[in-house]
Design a protein around this ligand. Sequence first.
Ligand code: NZQ
Ligand code: ZN
Length: 383
Amino acid sequence: MNNFEFINPVKVVFGKGSIAELSAQLPSHARVLVIYGGGSIKRNNIYNQVTEALKGFGYFEFGGIEANPQYETCMQAVTLIKEKNINFLLAVGGGSVIDATKFIAVASLFDGEPWDVLVKGSPVENALPVGVVLTLSATGSETNERAVISRMETRQKLMFSSSKVFPQFAILDPEVTYSLPARQVANGVVDSFIHVVEQYLTYPVNAKVQDYFAEGLMKTIVEEGPKALYNPTDYDVRANLMWAATNALNGWIGCGVPQDWSSHRMGYALTVQFGLDHAQTLAVLLPGVMTYFRKEKEAKLLRMGEVLWGITQGTTEERVQQTIKETETFFQKMGIRTRLGDYGIQESDLDCLVGPLKQMGWKLGEYGKIDSKIAKEIMLLRL
Ligand code: NZQ
Ligand code: ZN
């Protein structure tokens, strides 16, 4: 096991009816800005529960955060915050709303151009406090210190992380996910599954707790994911998926182990340039990464195949190939298409798609080997 430091200060309030606990989490002097997305919260009663819990607090609203949140929209919220002397931000939404809120929290107090935090890695000295009411379990953003923001003008999607943007609390009521459309259920299942894979499917460092924990999360997601599609109002299914997604990216399973994250980083360009949902980009690219690096990842691929898909027969190569195939079939079973061609992307598009790797000088994967040339070879496997 490698050396590590671990902290996760986020208070989780989990369960049926937990939005009613919101007022008890807020500081008494809070002047709150409620930040939300395109309006789903107004159609499924989440908005009513939140405003009911906010009675007695001064609060304002900022709606219209897009899926894959945009820098330009976030900066409009910053203007409102300064105008109204807001001192607490409440994100009510999925990963996009939470990420936007984290960026807004930083941008509101930033001395200079806040985009530099994403593009230049400028240090974050301060941020407004953030609370979360989660409506879509997928990204783990509710209990982590990361955010991913896009900028239309420069056609970039970039990530930053800072301990200053850990939410103070996250309210997780599985019932609020009943209203998710099938596409978002599938996205959440596949995204959270691949968060585990990015931290598990590298090379062994004899990190038993992390490996067994990661396998438990993957098993849970594989068992419960399809059930959420066929029986959307099964509370136990939703509760298990929600808690799995949170644990998949709260830092815990990543302690002291090598991590990959190449499917994630390569996927940003598919979203920015072709509009794929975040999870769709991963379902396309991960089987390519698994195939391209099957020798480097062999020990973990064999173990994953046995534990998750019951693959114990055949030569090493056959077992590895079967593991990759079963993993891709799981994504398809959730209703997600897994080939670039399924989204109209052709070979002639690949140079442009690997452009950001070149531009940012990224070297991805657990060995830091994936440059734009290798990224293109991986994408060629996925046409
Ligand atoms: O905008 P509204 O109208 O609210 O609708 C949303 C949105 O259209 C809808 N939705 C959310 N909760 C709902 C609901 N519809 C009905 N009922 C509900 N309860 O779902 C749509 C998608 O929402 P979004 O927040 O975009 O989805 P997700 O949670 O998958 O977030 C994706 C974003 O998170 C980033 C992704 O890159 C992407 O920008 N990620 C953030 C990470 C992090 N901070 O740690 C890690 C991830 O790997 C990921 O990169
Ligand atoms: Zn993800």
